[in-house]
Design a binder for this molecule. Structure first.
Ligand SMILES: NC(=O)c1ccc[n+]([C@@H]2O[C@H](COP(=O)([O-])OP(=O)(O)OC[C@H]3O[C@@H](n4cnc5c(N)ncnc54)[C@H](OP(=O)(O)O)[C@@H]3O)[C@@H](O)[C@H]2O)c1
Length: 238
């Protein structure tokens, strides 16, 4: 059906927004896709909607990437259903914006544990399985907030700055295992990521990030794009 026929992909945070667009694009290219969100009904609904396209193979279950046991269960599901794992899209992420003084300890942990520890959990589950297959591809959805601090962004910035270091070190550790690692860092994407961010036509659309993921997966195995910045071409002038 497409260039990903027979490949198995896990996409975290794929009930809506960027993850959802990526999961749909991978499935339409023939990948067997496993998705999650924290919300069980939302995950079930997304699986049913993605599966409505002809020939698509998709599974999913509720999984909070902060919880190592739930992540282990998600990867075990992917392996049991489809026989292994080739591609992981570490997309699940959250943002709450407040000054350091105003930020609650709970919100600090919420962001760091989702955006950083959650990625670590998924990579630890994925790496041995990819090594058994002779290679694989780990794609993180980072952010320009991983390079550009902004007022009110301390915890979110810290999580995405941290993700840059994590992803690059992991790339250096595992490229000799045939495992490629890319950190895609978008600016404003048209989703409902936080109450302060509305959808808009001038923003990067989730499908654009999905197209970038497909382009990366199309590259020959000898070549690796390790870090990618993506911006709206024409944001409103300040
Ligand atoms: N939108 C932007 O402008 C923008 C820009 C740069 C980078 N990003 C990054 O892109 C990624 C996706 O953002 P988005 O805009 O698509 O957000 P979104 O529309 O809010 O979608 C987030 C998805 O992640 C899931 N999720 C959240 N916490 C989770 C957890 N602990 N475990 C599992 N799933 C979880 C959500 O489902 P549940 O609620 O059911 O858990 C949902 O499916 C994030 O990493 C974000 O930092 C976004």
């Amino acid at each position: 059906m497409g260039f990903l026929n027979g490949k198995v992909a896990v996409v975290t945070g794929a009930t809506k927004g960027i993850g959802r667009a990526i999961a749909e694009a991978l499935a339409l290219e023939g990948a067997h896709v496993v998705i999650c969100g924290r919300d069980e009904a939302g995950t079930r609904a997304a699986v049913a909607e993605i599966a409505a396209a002809p020939g698509v193979e998709v599974r999913g279950q509720a999984c909070d990437v902060r919880d190592r046991g739930q992540v282990a269960a998600l990867f075990a599901l992917a392996e049991a259903e489809f026989g292994g794992i080739d591609v992981v899209i570490n997309n699940a992420g959250v943002g709450k914006f407040a000054s350091v003084e105003a930020l609650s300890v709970e919100d600090w942990h919420f962001m760091l544990e989702t955006n950083l520890t959650g990625v670590f959990h998924c990579c630890q589950e994925a790496l041995p399985r990819m090594k058994r297959r002779g290679g694989g591809y780990l794609i993180q959805i980072g952010s320009l907030a991983g390079k550009n601090p902004f007022a009110g962004g301390a915890a979110y910035n810290a999580s995405k700055f941290g993700l840059n270091g994590f992803a690059e070190a992991m790339m250096l550790d595992h490229r000799h295992d045939g495992i490629r690692v890319t950190n895609i860092c978008p600016g404003s994407v048209s989703t409902e990521f936080s109450p302060s961010m509305a959808k808009a036509e001038w923003k990067i659309q989730p499908q654009d990030i999905a197209d970038i993921v497909l382009s990366l997966l199309r590259l020959p195995e000898r070549t690796l794009v390790s870090y990618l910045e993506v911006r709206p071409s024409r944001p409103p002038k300040k």
